[in-house]
Ligand binder design. Structure first.
Ligand code: PEP
Ligand code: MG
Length: 902
């Protein structure tokens, strides 16, 4: 039965049998050649051998049963159609054998042209070409060269060397000076090279040439460069390539022949017009090799008006048919136009938006489709300032592109210096080994942040993304010496005040100033460019598509913000509330002293007085945020990180104390501090005394925060605003933890809120795997869940979120264990499963449970699609990601077929 099926399997499709939907089976090139054939466009006849045949070949090391016969049948039919036989001595049919996978892999796999030429048919070819011997022998030598290299692994340099020799003998450096006799001699030389390396003569039998070329294309799927390319582009390894066997047409038969490429609109800006290049009397490979300069496509109108008009007609037809920008390759053989390839063309981010908008105007697509045609990654690109790289700048180092954008400025090494210089109107780049919460002011003041350590979820990266500030992290070629105020890189020393430029998209670091351009799209989101009045096709297209995304999306989009300024900006960007207000930075700066007092308190009185001093400060923090978010929900998370983060580092303190003791100074206070730091020292602080655990261990700490939140809400409500606070408890793993915090919080809230009308919700983060697995129980005590996917990823994988990305993820990516860091894009199978379980069990226990996500994944396009699928109520992300999340949530809603979001 199985054998019968194999025999019956259809492995070969005539171009007339396929269509553009069959990319998986026929590859992109084959499917589109078929589509053009069926549109009646002038495509050289041919057939496609399927990816199935390739996969079968790669699995077994031999052609599947039936393939050879099917090729024979299709070849015969092609021969009948063309009135010529493959390699016929008098009047040969020649074919090209071209790879073509589902996804374009430019230059990665093989092509063999002129198959069918041999010692006898070369004469026939010359006759066909009107006695053009030179052309015929040149075609033959190209076949031996390409076939030798591709099919038989003969080193390409040997052929090139022989060609150089022939030119030297002729006293020229130009291929075109070689005449028919020279090329005939070159064919002999090539044949000797072939024999030397393969131990056999160049195959004269046309069908054997064809079969070997097909096999070589199959095998090129697993060539090293193709494997690497697939890994990089995240193209699945098991797709296989199709093989297209296409009748040869020649663009090098004289001045009335030529070859070219064209786009139906400008792939750079999206503008309508004619974009392309043409090269007369040449073949496609000459264009690629850059042997002669091409001319703009418009020139063709003068050279060959008939072909030009026909080409423009075809381009218009293709655009209308594909309803998108197409790119094409064509050849003109003695005044006859042939289409060799088309596909939906790649384009820049700006062009993607502009073209989608234009196509809606032209009635070719609707707004749902326009939304599908753009994506969040493109929008994000458009939101960052860019370097104006008019001429080449050489990077001196490369780190992780942690927060996109481009920034230039004077190097500073401390937060204080950053603030000072910024106050003088200077642009500064804050350079640190890694940042910590104390660097916050410097980060705010700086144009960009550069660290030599840390990954995409390091402190620097997360905070910079939150602020929309350019950041390169983990540039480990840079040796930072903060005390000496300098860093060294690539043998050069950069001192404070020197200018550097960093690209947070590519991770590249440049010495000196690279000019920067601001983003018009951000100006639009900020409200300073009115899309109705501005003459800017991009801004208008973005506005239109964003409005449609907002109308369609089911996910609300909130922001992670913990200052009034961030909240205000996020609101302008479309945030519908705050999904995570982290309260840790509120314990820094000049409040540090109070926190020290709190930590060092020996009596209840001391602790209570420290808390009492913090209360009004916290209340003011929250008032500012509630005011900015008037009418929208604000989720405030109770303090999360371990308290020792607010104390000086152990080593530094120990040294200070020892030195002071040596000098006989009074160190009682420092000793107490040192003792406290020692007591709190943890081997794994991420798994230690933090989050809800702190709240349960330090009496009054959470209570103070809850009171501050409730009082702030009541106060702004009395002033006429609407505060909608939601108190969120971090790091809960068991319902009992939440119940304990909740009981105390409810008492305080009831007391503060009274009859003010303020409603305060109490919920929890789900960021410990145990919480996800016991979500049904936890939901009994929570009015909402917010998934902390940063910690959930850290704890589900057991990956330290601050260390692993820089340390060994490169190897995991190389091995394909994952295609992208699970800290960046949600691991659907593992972490995602925990989210699903918690969402389902939480809702089963409490149907009105509100569900959101506030980990970094809330702003990641692919993850947004996942959260849409799971049915969360909202995602929350850094202010600059809010438009991206809005767009992707809209796309997720219209892509009901679950198709790929990238
Ligand atoms: C999380 O863990 O996903 C989260 C949002 O909290 P944080 O990043 O502050 O630990
Ligand atoms: Mg967390």
């Amino acid at each position: 039965m199985a054998a019968q099926e194999t025999v019956d399997h259809k492995y070969v499709y005539d171009f007339a049998e396929g269509n553009k939907e069959l990319k998986e089976l026929l590859g992109g090139k084959g499917a589109n050649l078929a589509e053009m054939t069926n549109l009646g466009l002038p495509v050289p006849p041919g057939f496609t051998i399927t990816t199935e045949a390739c996969k079968a070949y790669l699995a077994t090391g031999r052609e599947p049963d039936g393939l050879a016969d099917q090729i024979e049948t299709h070849l015969e039919s092609l021969e009948r159609q063309m009135g010529r036989r493959l390699g016929d001595p008098q009047d040969p049919l020649l074919v090209s054998v071209r790879s073509g996978a589902k996804f374009s892999m430019p230059g990665m796999m093989e092509t063999v042209l002129n198959v069918g030429l041999n010692d006898r048919s070369v004469v026939g070819l010359s006759n066909q070409a009107g006695g053009n011997d030179r052309f015929a022998w040149d075609s033959y030598r190209r076949l031996i060269q390409m076939f030798g290299k591709t099919v038989c692994e003969v080193p390409g340099e040997e052929f090139e060397h022989a060609l150089d020799e022939a030119k030297r003998a002729k006293g020229t450096t130009n291929d075109l000076d070689l005449d028919a006799d020279d090329l005939r001699g070159l064919v002999d030389a090539y044949k000797s090279i072939f024999l030397k390396h393969t131990g056999r003569d160049f195959p004269q039998e046309p069908r054997e040439q064809l079969d070997l070329a097909i096999r070589a294309v199959f095998e090129s799927w697993n060539a090293e460069r193709a494997v690497l390319y697939r890994r990089q582009e995240r193209i699945p390894a098991d797709l296989g390539t199709a093989v297209n066997v296409v009748t040869m047409v020649f663009g090098n038969l004289g001045p009335d022949s030529g070859t070219g490429v064209a786009f139906t609109r400008d792939p750079g800006s999206g503008a309508q017009g004619i974009y392309g290049d043409y090269l007369a009397n040449a073949q496609g490979e000459d264009v690629v090799a850059g042997i002669r300069n091409t001319v703009p496509l418009q020139e063709l109108e003068r050279l060959d008006k008939k072909s030009y008009d026909e080409l423009l007609g075809i381009m218009a037809r293709l655009e209308e048919h594909y309803k998108d920008l197409c790119d094409i390759e064509f050849t003109i053989e003695r005044g006859k136009l042939w289409m060799l390839q088309t596909r939906v063309g790649k384009r820049t981010a700006a062009a993607a938006f502009v073209i989608a908008g234009q196509l809606v105007d032209e009635g070719l697509i609707d707004l749902d489709e326009a939304l599908h045609r753009v994506n969040g990654a493109q929008l994000a690109q458009l939101m960052f300032p860019r370097f104006r790289l008019d001429h080449e700048f050489e990077p001196v180092a490369k780190g992780i592109g942690a927060s996109p954008g481009a920034a230039s400025g004077k190097v500073v090494f401390t937060s204080a210096r950053a603030v000072e210089l910024a106050a003088e109107g200077e642009s500064v780049i804050l350079v640190r080994r890694e940042t910590n919460p104390d660097d916050l002011n410097g980060m705010i003041a700086a144009q960009g942040i550069l660290t030599s350590r840390g990954g995409k979820t390091s402190h620097a990266a997360v905070v910079a993304r939150g602020m929309g500030k350019t950041c390169v992290s983990g540039a480990d070629d840079i040796e930072v010496n903060v005390p000496a105020k300098r860093f060294t890189v690539a043998g050069q020393t950069v001192t404070e005040g020197d200018v550097v430029s960093i690209d947070g998209t590519t991770g590249k670091v440049y010495l000196g100033e690279v000019p920067v351009m601001p983003s018009e799209v951000v100006q639009y989101f900020e409200g300073s460019l009115d899309p109705e009045h501005v003459d800017n096709a991009l801004v208008r297209a973005v506005h239109r598509i964003m409005s449609h995304a907002d109308a369609k999306r089911q996910l609300a989009v909130r922001t992670n913000a913990d200052t009034g300024a961030d909240a205000a900006r996020a609101r302008r960007f479309g945030a519908e509330g705050i999904g995570l207000c982290r309260t840790e930075h509120m314990f820094l700066g000049d409040r540090r002293e109070l926190v020290e007092k709190l930590i060092l308190a020996r009596t209840d009185d001391e602790r209570e007085s420290a808390l009492a001093a913090l209360l009004p400060l916290q209340r003011d923090d929250f008032k500012e945020i509630f005011r900015e978010m008037d009418g929208l929900p604000v989720t405030v998370r109770l303090i999360d990180p371990p308290l020792h983060e607010f104390l000086p580092p152990l080593e530094q303190l120990a040294v200070n104390v020892a030195v002071a003791q040596e000098r006989g100074e009074d160190v009682a206070k420092e000793e107490a501090l040192l003792a406290a730091v020692r007591r709190m020292h943890e081997e794994n602080p991420m798994l230690g005394l933090r989050g809800v655990r702190l709240g349960l261990v330090i009496p009054g700490l959470f209570a103070m925060q809850v009171r501050a939140i409730a009082e702030a809400a009541v106060s702004v409500t009395r002033d006429g605003a609407v505060a909608k606070p939601e108190i969120m408890v971090p790091l809960v793993g068991a319902v009992q933890e939440l119940e304990t915090v909740r009981a105390e919080a409810e008492k305080i809230i009831a007391e503060v809120v009274g009859d003010s009308g303020v409603e305060v919700l109490i919920g929890t983060m789900i960021e410990v795997p145990r919480a996800a697995l016991t979500a049904g129980q936890i939901a009994e005590a929570a009015q909402f869940f917010s998934f902390g996917t940063n910690d959930l990823t850290q704890m589900a994988w057991g990956f330290s979120r601050d260390d692993v990305e820089g340390a060994f993820f490169w190897r995991y990516l190389e091995l394909g264990i994952f295609g992208i860091s699970p800290f960046e894009s949600i691991d659907r199978d593992g972490v995602g499963r925990l989210v699903r379980i918690a969402a389902e069990e939480g809702r089963a226990a409490r149907p009105e449970l509100k569900l959101g996500v506030c980990g970094e994944h809330g702003g990641d396009p692919d993850s947004v699609h996942f959260f849409h699928e799971v049915g969360l109520d909202y995602v929350s992300c850094s202010p600059f990601r809010v438009p991206v999340a809005r767009l992707e949530a809209g796309r997720a809603a219209v892509e009901t077929d679950g198709s790929d979001s990238r």
